[in-house]
Ligand binder design. Structure first.
Ligand SMILES: Cc1cc2nc3c(=O)[nH]c(=O)nc-3n(C[C@H](O)[C@H](O)[C@H](O)COP(=O)(O)OP(=O)(O)OC[C@H]3O[C@@H](n4cnc5c(N)ncnc54)[C@H](O)[C@@H]3O)c2cc1C
Length: 606
């Protein structure tokens, strides 16, 4: 049986001590209600809901899965009731604009809620999660009427939303989308085509589902420049939002898949379904890109949710499971054997999990602060600056954290030994559930091309320079010239971090030169480059956490052990994980020749 306790102390450490969220909220008039008391109360309530209601449905939901019968999808037992509780609790509206029924609290606070929900039960969290994507699209590009009708219901949670991009012939290359949109005289469109792999595409939680669909107008240009975006409700509605006739959107089947079995993944057939254009004609992909970064930070979170859940459970097990004796002599002589947590190899896995969960969480809340800045930007320039910053770290967050989340899930299974492979404990489920995170919302390979190709090479490394400047300023401030009382202790983090930043810039420059002569260098280096970048960003987080922990250690007697553990984990990260960058640097700089020289016919001689 899986267990989960929301890591409130750790989240508060990040919000209060490391990232000064209350200083940040205090500067934004829209967020003046987000006081420490309110945020604490929300966290406590959310933890209660997630631990008490969502966690118990995690393994049962996996076992039962969603069922499909004649176009209808039934979610596993308990999901409908839990969703109703979620709606009644006002959780869906937490961080959405007040104008359409939201509570107007910051997106960053929504991220805290999503972390707890996603860790307790990722499959459940996907239903409201997909709605957020649809809501953001309508909020950003919808007309006032569309917002009034759809946004209000989605914000209340009485309807859910989807993102319908993928078709049988294309997921990554959306330029191949074939779904058609024929204009009607009344300004609506008839949408026809098949979408596959649509999360929350059909279910029994609400009586309407609002699909956001990519489709082509007649005579639209080929490729990505000819795609438009449409709102297509499952059920037709009147202006007051009353649900009427079926809108010719049918669910053909749901996927029988590796994990997230309680999340329905639907094949949707649109057969002259009535749709409404959202945003300008042929600008559908651009419209979606306006909030793609935010959506991808949401998917990055899945890595951290998995890492945390796996870590909490493997830690409990490692303290109880007895096996042989410590190499340095008996640690628990009164027991028949020592618990496996005494063994260095098991500790290495546990420490890696801990470093991933806490370091990754810091990366998420670092990014969430930037999301807030985008939300409240008063000028296009302000928005652009924040968006560029978020755009730079987003592919790193999405791919690096989901890959590391999977690593942590695998360590969790390994710590359980053979019992990890058995369903009862839930550890193999975490691996299965997490595997998808490296695939949807842009695979790791596609995120890596985005980072190296667009964010580094095309923009001539400008964002990397800005980010490096921020990190080096931190290093300078904490180590070189300041009156930082922890300067000496911080040196063990500051020097390797400064060196890593310098190397990152140098390798990027060298890759740019190599790519000029051979474009395959980009594709050959990109995934290693992304992971290399991720370890450095995480090192920056660990250095900041160590600095805050040293500061707090001096005064906060009650929580000393917490801060000591932070510093020790930072030391582990710098000694045992950051050096992974060395082998990544070697492989990313290697010539692509060995990848490309084998003729396609020579791959196999069967
Ligand atoms: C459970 C689940 C839920 C999903 N939910 C949704 C949803 O809600 N809405 C939605 O629209 N879609 C959804 N998807 C679809 C998902 O986003 C796609 O599967 C994903 O984008 C990959 O597309 P694909 O499967 O067509 O793979 P392909 O695009 O065919 O890619 C196959 C492989 O080739 C690589 N590749 C492709 N092109 C390149 C290139 N140019 N350079 C280097 N490598 C390349 C990819 O990285 C990948 O490894 C979901 C999928 C699953 C399985």
């Amino acid at each position: 049986m899986l267990s989960y306790k929301a890591p409130i102390k750790d989240i508060k450490f990040l919000l209060e001590d490391v990232f000064d969220y209350y200083g940040h909220y205090g500067k934004i008039p829209e967020y003046e209600e987000a006081t420490p008391d309110l945020v604490d109360a929300i966290m406590e309530e959310c933890a209660k809901f997630c631990e008490g209601e969502l966690l118990p449905l995690n393994q049962s939901g996996d076992k039962e899965g969603c069922t499909f019968n004649e176009g209808k999808v039934t979610t596993p037992k308990g999901f409908k009731e839990a969703y109703q509780q979620y709606v009644d609790g006002g959780w869906q509206s937490l961080s959405h604009p007040e104008g359409y029924g939201g509570q107007g609290l910051p997106s960053s606070l929504g991220m805290v809620k999503s972390e707890m929900m996603g860790t307790a039960n990722w499959s459940f969290a996907m239903y409201p999660g997909l709605s957020h994507g649809a809501m953001n699209t309508i909020h950003e590009h919808g007309t006032d009427e569309q917002k009034e009708l759809y946004l209000t219901k989605l914000t209340e949670g009485v309807w859910t939303g989807t993102m319908c991009l993928t078709e049988p012939q294309c997921g990554t290359d959306l330029g191949q989308v074939k779904t058609k949109a024929e204009p009607n005289d009344d300004g609506s469109y008839n949408i026809s085509g098949t979408k596959i792999f649509i999360s929350a595409g059909e279910h029994d939680l609400t009586d309407n589902i609002i699909h956001i669909v990519l489709a082509r107008l007649p005579n639209a240009p080929a490729g990505t420049r000819g795609i438009s975006l449409f709102i297509v409700p499952k059920m037709q509605t009147d202006e007051a939002g009353n649900v009427g006739e079926h809108n010719n959107v049918t669910c053909g089947s749901i996927e029988d898949k590796m994990g997230i079995k309680a999340s329905s993944t639907a094949v949707l057939n649109f057969d002259e379904a009535k749709g409404y254009l959202i945003g300008p004609e042929n600008k559908g992909l651009e419209c979606m890109f306006t909030f793609m970064n935010t959506a991808r930070v949401g998917t990055a979170l899945q890595g951290i949710c998995a890492a945390e859940l796996a870590y909490q459970n493997s830690l409990l097990y490692a303290k109880e499971r007895l096996s042989m004796r410590s190499l340095t002599g008996k640690k628990f002589p009164d027991k028949v054997a020592d618990p496996i947590i005494v063994h260095p190899d098991v500790r290495k896995m546990l420490m890696t999990q801990k470093a991933i969960s806490e370091g990754g969480r810091a990366m998420i809340y670092y990014a969430a602060k930037i999301v807030d800045q985008i939300d409240v930007a008063k000028t296009d320039e302000e928005k652009q600056i924040a968006d560029t910053k978020l755009g730079f770290i987003t592919p790193i967050l999405k791919a690096f954290l989901t890959e590391l989340g999977l690593e942590s899930a695998n360590h969790g299974l390994q710590i359980f030994g053979g019992h990890g492979y058995i369903k009862e404990w839930g550890m193999e489920q975490i691996v299965r559930d997490t595997r998808i995170a490296t695939l949807y919302e842009g695979t790791t390979g596609i995120q890596a091309l985005d980072l190296l190709g667009r964010k580094i090479l095309l923009s001539r490394g400008r964002s990397l320079k800005d980010f490096s400047y921020e990190v080096l300023s931190f290093c300078k401030d904490k180590s070189m010239i300041s009156s930082n009382p922890h300067k000496r202790q911080m040196n063990k983090f500051i020097w390797p971090l400064s060196k890593a930043i310098a190397n990152w810039q140098q390798y990027s420059f060298r890759l740019a030169l190599k790519a000029k002569n051979n474009r395959d260098f980009v594709g050959s280096a990109s995934v290693d480059y992304l992971m290399y970048s991720g370890y450095i960003v995480m090192a920056y987080m660990w250095a900041q956490m160590a600095q805050s922990a040293y500061e707090k250690l001096a005064g906060d007697v009650e929580n000393r052990d917490f801060y000591r553990a932070k510093i020790k984990t930072a030391e582990f990260y710098f000694e045992k994980m950051l050096p992974r960058t060395k082998s990544l640097a070697a492989t990313m700089m290697a010539d692509p020749k060995t990848l490309m020289q084998l003729d396609e016919e020579l791959f196999s001689f069967l």
